[in-house]
Design a protein around this ligand. Structure first.
Ligand code: NAD
Length: 280
C-alpha cells in the first residue's frame, strides 16, 4: 500500500502561524540577524527564504551581506556588535563560510542566548543532557514531522543514517529523549541495509541521491528524508528513492516539500524563544 505523504509545507505553515499569533497576541518584539559572507547562490536562496519567513511571522530581520574577502576579525567584530544589540534576539551566520574563515570560532563567538541555530558548544551540551532552550532547526523540524504522523516514538526502533553535528547526532539525541531505541549509522557501518530495515522510524541524512532503497525499509515505517541533493538536470532529490520506498513505507516526506520548509519554521520558533527569554 502506498505511504501517506508527510506534508512539510503544511506543518511548517502551522508552526509559523503559531509563532506569528503568539508575537501578535503578546506584542513581542523579536529580531533575527542573518549574516551571509560571499555570494554562494544556494546560501542566497536560504537567506531570502529566512527573510520572507520573518516578515510573515512579524519578526524584524536584519541582513548583513558581507563580501567574500571579509576577514575573520571583521566577522567576529560584527558578531560582537550583534551580541550587544538589544534589537537582535537571534543571530544566524549562514554556513558554509568561505574557506579562509574559521566557522567553529565564529559559532563560539555568538552569545549562546542568541544562538538560534543551536550550534554553540554550550547549547550542544544542553541538548545532550535534555535541558535546552533551542534545538537545532533541522532535527527539531524532523521531530515535528514525526509528531504530525501521530506515531509515538517511545519504544520504537529508530535508525538515523548520518552522524553530522548539525543533523545526524542531534537527531539521534532527540529521538532518544522521546524514548526511541536509537541506532546511528554512518559511512563505516556494516550491514547498513539490514540495520535500516529494522527501523520503525528511519531518518536519512547522508547527502547522497536515492541512497535509501525499498529493501532497506520496513513495511509501514516512517521515513524522514533530510537529504537535499541537486542532480545534473538541476532537479532536487532526497536521499531516499521516493518512488519505490513510498510503496513500502507507512509515512514518507517528499523532497522538496518535506524537511526543507521545517528548518526555517523552527528558526522562527527559536527566535521567538530567544525574544521571550530576554524579557524574563
Ligand atoms: P554531512 O556530509 O556532514 O554528513 C553525512 C553523513 O552521512 C556522515 O555522517 C557520513 O558518515 C554519512 N554517510 C556518508 N556516506 C555514507 C554511506 N555510504 N553509508 C552510511 N552513511 C554514510 O551532511 P549533513 O550536513 O548531515 O547533511 C546531510 C544531508 O542533509 C545533505 O544532503 C544536506 O544537504 C541535507 N540537509 C538538509 C537540511 C534541510 O533543511 N532539509 C539541513 C541540513 C542538511
Amino acid at each position: 500500500m502506498a505511504a501517506k505523504i508527510i506534508d512539510g509545507k503544511a506543518v511548517s505553515a502551522a508552526v509559523k502561524e503559531q509563532v506569528r499569533a503568539e508575537i501578535e497576541r503578546d506584542c513581542i518584539k523579536a529580531g533575527l540577524a542573518v549574516v551571509i559572507v560571499g555570494d554562494d547562490p544556494a546560501s542566497r536562496v536560504y537567506v531570502n527564504n529566512k527573510k520572507k519567513a520573518c516578515e510573515l511571522c512579524g519578526i524584524k530581520s536584519f541582513e548583513y551581506a558581507l563580501p567574500a574577502e571579509t576577514t575573520q576579525e571583521e566577522l567576529l567584530e560584527l558578531v560582537d556588535t550583534l551580541n550587544n544589540d538589544d534589537n537582535v534576539d537571534g543571530i544566524l551566520v549562514q554556513l558554509p563560510l568561505p574557506k579562509h574563515l574559521d566557522e567553529g570560532a565564529v559559532i563560539e563567538r555568538i552569545s549562546p542566548k542568541k544562538d538560534v541555530d543551536a550550534f554553540h558548544e554550550s547549547n550542544v551540551g544542553k541538548i545532550m543532557i535534555g535541558s535546552y532552550a533551542f534545538l537545532p532547526c533541522t532535527p527539531a523540524g524532523c521531530m515535528e514531522l514525526i509528531h504530525s504522523t501521530g506515531v509515538d516514538v517511545a519504544g520504537k526502533e529508530c535508525v538515523v543514517i548520518g552522524r553530522s553535528n548539525i543533523v545526524g547526532k542531534p537527531m539521534a539525541m532527540l529521538l532518544l529523549h522521546e524514548n526511541g531505541t536509537v541506532t546511528v549509522c554512518h559511512s563505516k557501518t556494516k550491514n547498513l541495509a539490514e540495520v535500516c530495515a529494522r527501523a520503525d522510524i528511519l531518518v536519512a541524512a547522508v547527502g547522497r541521491p536515492n541512497f535509501v532503497t525499498a529493501d532497506m525499509v520496513k513495511e509501514g515505517a516512517v521515513v524522514i528524508d533530510v537529504g537535499i541533493n541537486r542532480l545534473e538536470n538541476g532537479k532536487l532529490c532526497g536521499d531516499v528513492k521516493f518512488d519505490e520506498v513510498s510503496e513500502k513505507a507507512g509515512w514518507i516526506t517528499p523532497v522538496p516539500g518535506g524537511v526543507g520548509p521545517m528548518t526555517i519554521a523552527m528558526l522562527m520558533k527559536n527566535t521567538l524563544t530567544a525574544a521571550k527569554q530576554k524579557k524574563q
